[in-house]
Ligand binder design. Structure first.
Ligand code: K1U
Ligand code: ZN
Length: 176
């Protein structure tokens, strides 16, 4: 397995629209395993293939308390089931250390293929509903800061640049 580099906002590759997966083969299985490892290493609860520069419709997620229940969504379709919209404080591995409230429908239907390519349907509420909508946005080239005011977007950009610089310095103190 391998850790994959995560693209940081405002990388233009985060805007590429993901294509459906035609066959769930060994290459996809390897990418799934690598994305799960990358998500755990980054202490995230979700990761879309877009964030690791793979522009295919693949999401991994683990909302379990112990981080031992990874879930896979291939070619997901998400449909809001209610008009009820609630704010939730979101984070994003591509926008490190920035958290902001985003309004989203509270109940959605998820239709997707599982890791073996088998179709399934699920009704999602709570964190699963928030997270799947956040990850679906990534597959469409949308980042959660797009929903914020211009001022908050500028602050987010400044923060990400600082965090990235600090991380570079920490990983190579001589060069940075
Ligand atoms: O898409 C991603 O970058 C993953 C993202 C998922 C997400 C978290 C919270 C709300 C919506 C979507 C993260 O995992 S951010 C990581 C993080 O700091 C966090 C972890 C658990 C709860 C809240 C934030
Ligand atoms: Zn994200």
């Amino acid at each position: 397995m391998a850790l994959l580099p995560i693209l940081n906002y405002p990388d233009p590759r985060l805007r590429i629209i993901a294509k459906p997966i035609k066959i769930v083969d060994q290459t996809i299985q390897t990418l799934i395993a690598d994305m799960i490892e990358t998500m755990y290493d980054a202490k995230g609860i979700g990761l879309a293939a877009t964030q690791v520069d793979q522009h295919i419709q693949l999401i991994v997620m683990d909302l379990s308390e112990n981080g031992d229940n990874p879930r896979v969504f291939i070619n997901p379709k998400v449909t809001p089931l209610v008009d009820d919209i609630k704010p939730y404080e979101e984070g994003c591995l591509s926008v490190p250390e920035v958290y902001a409230s985003v309004d989203r429908p509270t109940k959605v239907k998820i239709e997707a293929l599982d890791k073996d390519g088998k179709p399934f349907e699920e009704i999602a509420e709570g964190l699963l509903a928030v997270c799947i909508q956040h990850e679906m946005d990534h597959l469409k080239g949308i980042v959660f800061v797009d929903y914020l005011s211009k001022l908050k977007q500028t602050r987010a950009l400044d923060k990400v640049r600082k965090v990235v610089k600090l991380r570079e310095k920490q990983s190579d103190p001589v060069k940075a």
